[in-house]
Design a protein around this ligand. Structure first.
Ligand SMILES: [Zn+2]
Length: 190
């Protein structure tokens, strides 16, 4: 299941342990997945997981194997997602989902620290603004569903009463990078 840290709080408080959607949530909508249009196969009407994953609320061993195998086929052996889908007997969008999940795991593994200096996120934001003249800080804050002032404090280190924030949690930095359409591991390093 890909939650991509999206449902974590944006202001530096520790994330809650339970970032999974409620088991009671009706199928068809997984919190955190929809904003990026991740459509998946597997169980009809239930995005992101097979029946066993849905049943247990976590990735089942078979899907862990599928996820690693899909990654190996596409990323290491250079096969197309189409071919991987045929080999695995899955729909192509399910393969894309598995690849995204494995990517997430690898990125999180590469980010062994739990916070990074705020100048890393500041640079990523400056870079995004430089690439798109129409893009504004309020736009990016809006993508993260944050007030501009909160966003600037969290990701640009703008202090209130002279108290500048120096570090950004990796979870929040990852959210920012994903919102900017970039890979979280571009911020690697503590
Ligand atoms: Zn499964």
């Amino acid at each position: 299941m890909v939650t991509r840290e999206l449902d974590r709080v944006p202001d530096g408080r520790p994330p809650t342990q339970n970032s999974r959607p409620d088991r009671d949530e009706p199928p068809g909508r997984v919190a955190g997945a929809a904003p990026f249009g991740l459509s998946v196969g597997g169980v009809p009407g239930v995005p992101g997981a097979c029946a066993r994953c849905v049943d247990t609320g976590r990735t089942c061993p078979s899907c862990v194997q599928r996820r690693r195998f899909a990654w190996s086929l596409v990323m290491e052996q250079g096969e197309s997602a189409d071919t991987a889908a045929r080999v695995l007997g899955l729909e192509q969008n399910r393969v894309q989902e598995l690849l995204a999940a494995e990517q997430d795991r690898r990125e999180l593994r590469s980010l062994r620290c739990d916070s990074i200096p705020v100048n890393r996120t500041r640079a990523a934001i400056a870079d995004a603004l430089a690439r798109d003249p129409d893009l504004t800080i309020p736009d990016i804050a809006g993508w993260l569903e944050m007030q501009q002032a909160d966003f600037e404090r969290a990701f640009l280190g703008k202090g209130r009463n002279g108290q500048a924030k120096r570090r950004v949690t990796v979870a929040n930095a990852s959210r920012l990078m994903i919102a900017l359409g970039r890979a979280p591991n571009e911020l690697e390093g503590c």
